[in-house]
Ligand binder design. Sequence first.
Ligand code: HEC
Length: 410
Amino acid sequence: MKRGDCSCSLGLKPVPDAGSCRVRGWYRARRIMARRRTLLACVAVLLAACTPILFAQALKYPRPPDARKGEVLYKNGCIACHGSTGKGAPQTSTEFELPDSFPDFTRCDQTTAETNAAYKDVVVHGGPARGFAQIMPSFGGLLTSEQIDDLIAYVRSFCPDKRWPRGELNLPRALVTEKAYPEDEVVISTAMKATGAPGITTDVIHEQRFGVHNQIEIDVPINSQDQDHHWNSGLGDITFAVKRVMLSSTRTGSILSLQGGVLAPVGNSKYGFGNGTTTFEPFAAFDQLFPTNTFLQFQLGADLPHRTDIAPQSLFWRSTVGQTFMGKDRLGRMWSPMVEFLADRDLVDGAKTNWDVLPEMQVTISARQHVRFDIGVRTPMTNPAGRDKQVIFYVLWDWADGKLWEGWRK
Ligand code: HEC
């Protein structure tokens, strides 16, 4: 059959030497897929390459804060309530009853997770700006922005142990990519299928720090799926994991962690909710913050089932690029648009890499910013067969910052 001289109907294209016709769209789809794959690979390489190039100071100030000047101010304005040691003035000399959340500035475990911006917000606008007690006055009208930076630098010096990773490196949590910073938080994350048979998976995740560098994590997935017009529900495989920060620097804005996890095979594998075998999940997470509040997060890991005859080993690579926007003077509510690029590949012959993109928006919803919401849409970019588009969202509660019902009103 000659090209252009065929009896193929509209939209079909002759296949040379085959004497048959194929949908023209099929060729176009293949070309587009190949182009998308190249594009995604380029973005991933670019993200990785940018990190060292853009290395810069994460906490930039018009001039470096001066803790000695801050000490003078502290002794004049803060000592009456916060005490000369930073632990709080003796109850006998203060008129007010100490709230539970009253800070002891010598407790590195309580203070290092707070960002300078969070402290500054309270000092500039007073306790109620972040849902704290009114007793903490506002100093925005009395002190300049530089003076408040000096004060915070002095307040920081009460924590003697500089190994604690600083809260500045606690970047906004993405929907899928795990971050490097160890957390005290509860996250309820739901993924709903937007195409194919309906289905919902909700992960209840508890994270808790211990020691200077470590965190434990428990993730309990709960599934509900329409399978052949029957709704089946049940637990998925439960993850137990330990994370450890290997290095962190506020000067360069970088943090690197390793995590080792075990997925216990409690999920119902008949319904496809579990692997049916214990799975080991190690990964490395590296996050980079830039002075503009732009950030990158990378995660590289593997899923290694104990019985490879029933579940394949696989590798995953996740990356996130995002930007945080804050209210006036970089204080106040935070909006963080992000895009995740997610890849995984089974370690078997002829396997193809699955690529997904996931644009999303995280926003802090409580005045204290300890409760956050994130929503996004995950779309398969390669191998779409059997992989559905998903709407994913979470509510996150940073419980070290206050009870769930505290800190909402200004
Ligand atoms: C009249 C007493 C008083 C004075 C004066 C005062 N504070 Fe406070 N401050 C408080 C109280 C009370 C809290 C705790 C509020 C709460 O937890 O609800 C607090 C909380 C804070 C916090 C913690 C916010 C957080 O995220 O946990 C910082 C930082 C702080 N004060 C800094 C200062 C600085 C700096 C000064 C001096 C410029 C100062 N305070 C002066 C009473 C005071």
